[in-house]
Design a protein. Sequence first.
Lengths: 300, 313
Amino acid sequence: MKPSDFSIWSLDPTKGTVFYHVIFAIVIGFAIFFALMNAPTQVRRPLTWFLTLLSGGVFVVAAYWPKPINFDAKTQKPLNAIESGSVFLADTNNVVGSFTQILAAFMLGLGIFSLLRIHLGKIAKKKTDWGFSIVLLVSMVSMITFGYWDYTTRQANKLVDYDVQSNWKLENMGRDFLFDKLLQQMDAAMFSIIAFFILSAAYRAFRARSVEATILLGTALIVILSLMGIVSAYWDGAVTSLAGDSANKDLILNFKITEISNWLRNTFQTPAITGIRFGIGLGTLSMAIRIWLGLEKGGK
Amino acid sequence: MKTKGIPKFVIYLLLIIFTSVPLFFSIPVPGQPVDASADAFKALMNLKEGDEVLLASDWTGSTRGESMANMKSILRILMRKRAKVAIWSTADPQAPRVAQDVMAEVAKEHVEVDKQPAYKRWDDWIIAGYYPNADVAINAVAKDIRNAFSTRKETNPEGKLKSIFESPVMKNIKTVSDFDLIIDVTASKTSDFHVQFLSAQKVPLLFAVTGVMVPETQVFYNSGQCVGFLGGLKGVFDLEQMMENGLNIKGADGKVLTGNSKVTDEIPGFKGMSNKGSGTKYYPTLHFALLLMIVLIIIGNVEMFKAKKGAQK
């Protein structure tokens, strides 16, 4: 007998009983779905809250429940109720994790549906800039078509190496043109625009208006200079030769730009970021607890 | 104090000139690796033939200047070490396709340029695909990788679709701790989730992040939660230099070309192979862009002080 025999989440797929479990789960799922759809708001809200509590509870309990250590050597059964609970929770954790993957996949379908509804409506009514909607829909359909065509070709001819260009067919060329030659390039082009804004912002905003701003400016300049190999090589070289074999050698070597930059990073930057992240963590935790317990937006 | 200053289009034009002109010239730039890069190189070079590596590829075209360059350099080392690599993605649905394209390119170079034995899919590397919800997916892998990857399949040399756990790459993997190294090439928060869920699994973590992520990743490096990281273009440049010159290895003149004071081990590189790529090519460009930024900041401040003086008069 295996540990999976004690958990409803990991039934042996080769056994016929799993089929009845699946049917039962689908029926129950649809029943809950339709009941929720037809339920009045005052019933739906607490039900949604209860499901949130239940789903979140799995992860909370799994985190604090003792981990399974071993099984009875002869029977391979969990040694006691706590061990059984551990096995059950470990399996449940995986299944609940899979639920979120499935929900994310549903969101993709929902996104496509939403795009089609909005842009087809825009085209039908010839609203402002409806031409862009055509471009968007044509782009989406061609990417899906060539992407899926390319995928099915690759799946159907497993012995052909489609990473070699000489083996490409129309669908592979189409996918490569749309994905690598267009989408990826546009993606990179859009992101590179940030460089222009950063430079313009640095010129206009990085000014020594106050003591704090001057300190910030000075530290930023040191870090920027330390990133420049030419500067750091010559600066550090000059400091090293200045230190030579003098009595204050160790003190002087601290003035290497890489040393100053490391000191700034390790002494100021890292603790500051750690503090900020700690604060964010506490905020996230409190928000998670509020959502989990249904305290947000009067979920009860 | 509002000043007119340099018009935006002049700044933009200067940036275009400063970042494109250096690309047409080969400009040698000196530079020693930072501690985090040296540690990353050490972790990669410590891999032995057949070691299993889980490589998260969480980047797309938007950050390819840094991420693709990082990915290529890392893959070159992994291929030369004949490590077994499992690639997966959680940050973006485009990521697996992008990773596959890069892998194809580097694998081709490995055979045609470096004259090494072919690095084959299924035998040497597999792709476990994309998983939405990075935090949940990474947590699932940390808890039970066989369950998390249970539905993923790859084609074996006979052309049959088989579970990735039947491949030579994954056959020995029972838990995530069985990997010898976990790498995340990322442009997003996935590095946080790796630390959150995987740092307790006693597997060395290594990150290759974009330049803007360096400060936050430095926290994980300083605390020992990752063994090393490659930060932005400087990280790629460092890695390429160490691949070419080795680390702390003396040249013919007895001088160390690429050295680090924290990582004192002498680690030979791959002299004579295709080591230098985008990092070496783009690093001079980064210099010019940073130089332009410094000059503009200085001009901006001079303008401000002049305007202040004018107002006082």
